[in-house]
Design a protein around this ligand. Structure first.
Ligand code: UDP
Ligand code: MG
Length: 346
């Protein structure tokens, strides 16, 4: 019997927990026919609603449900990483709780793994139901990052994917703090089959993204996967240096040859504004890279667990456990289970 681990990052998804479960278990007969059991790892990313309670309710019904609860909201990237660390499966799937990643695609995706692919990843062909401004900016972002980055970031790629163990281990070996998973998934390589589907709108609740958070996400991606902006900063610097040298010669010659009286203040002001604006922009670009480096160097854990429920009873050991053991542990957060091994205290 092999095992499939499904990872579901959840941030305030109380209404979707059970819906997702119902949709996911539709695949049970298919996986049973392939000799595959499953575990369903809900990662509660610091929700303030009843997400964790609802997961625990589900667990009463199905012990294959596992809850990882963060100490606060660490973001979806951290939630996916925590899920991957906890996953014990030979196959691992990452899926959104809002059913925008249809579980009904899993059999098809599994078929590709059987064919010999290492992972099956999904891509939306449409952005139906999304504000046009968001789509426009998203397109520009993908266009730009793919032009400069050596790592391909596929337009419309979702985080929804089904991977073999080898790919999961590769992703786990990338322990950076600023996680831009779309880049990491692509950076690790492996044979990937792209499965396309039309965008589905979320069943309940609202998206956690707004314009500002998407903008910051885009900056994260650019800073993580290309150093081109630094080159642009240097290039602009060189360009203005050359222009300035020529300008100085022109001014001196005009002064010596024609005794030109002082004039041209408006143009001078414009030039000062332009150049100082470009300088600030360049400092900002350098600052972005510096701040990311700063965060990496701090070496903080990617996430912290408040509790983990499930997975703790290894089947064989359980038989030897004392009789009063309930099997379920309101697990204590083990700092060693946090996103990174603690080297030092932060
Ligand atoms: N999510 C999360 N932590 C966050 C934000 C989102 O775990 O800080 C989860 C969320 O619960 C959902 C998935 O990530 O399961 C995708 O989020 P959302 O639907 O808001 O993004 P979209 O589908 O609009 O890209
Ligand atoms: Mg969604």
């Amino acid at each position: 019997m092999s095992l499939l681990s499904a990872i579901v990052p959840c941030f305030n998804e109380e209404e979707n927990i059970a819906y997702f479960y119902d949709a996911f278990v539709q695949n049970k007969p298919f996986f049973a026919s392939k000799g595959i059991d499953y575990e369903l790892i809900y990662v509660d990313d610091g929700s303030t609603d009843k997400t964790a309670e609802n997961v625990l309710k589900l667990r009463e019904k199905d012990p294959r449900v596992v809850l990882l609860q963060f100490s606060r909201n660490f973001g979806k990237e951290a939630a996916m990483y925590a899920g991957l660390q906890a996953a014990r499966g030979d196959y691992v799937a990452i899926m959104d709780a809002d059913l925008q990643d249809p579980p009904s695609l899993l059999p098809e995706m599994f078929g590709y793994l059987e064919e010999g692919y290492d992972q099956a990843a999904t891509r939306r062909t449409t952005r139906k139901g999304e504000p046009p401004v968001r789509s426009w900016f998203a397109r520009r972002f993908y266009h730009m990052i793919n032009r400069y980055s050596k790592t391909e970031i596929v337009d419309g790629a979702r985080d929804y994917r089904l991977m073999k163990r080898q790919v999961v281990d590769a992703i786990l070996s990338v322990t950076e703090y600023n996680r831009f998973s779309k880049g990491i998934f692509s950076w690790v390589g492996f044979r990937t089959k792209w499965v396309e589907y039309e965008n589905v709108e979320r069943v309940h609740g609202k998206t956690k993204w707004n314009f500002w958070s998407l903008f910051l996400y885009a900056i994260d991606g650019i800073v993580a996967y290309t150093t081109e902006p630094l080159a642009i900063a240097s290039f602009t610097g060189i360009l203005f240096f050359v222009v300035a040298i020529i300008g100085i010669f022109v001014v001196i010659i005009r002064k010596l040859a024609f005794g030109d009286p002082t004039s041209g203040w408006p143009s001078l002001v414009c030039i000062i504004l332009l150049v100082s604006g470009i300088q600030l922009l360049c400092i900002g670009i350098v600052g972005e890279y510096l701040s990311k480096t700063y965060l990496e160097v701090k070496n903080r854990p990617i996430y912290l667990l408040r509790q983990k429920v499930g997975q703790d009873e290894a089947p064989k050991e359980k038989e030897h456990k004392q009789e009063n053991e309930t099997g379920e542990q309101g697990g204590e957060a083990d700092p060693l289970q946090a996103g990174k091994a603690y080297g030092k205290k932060n």
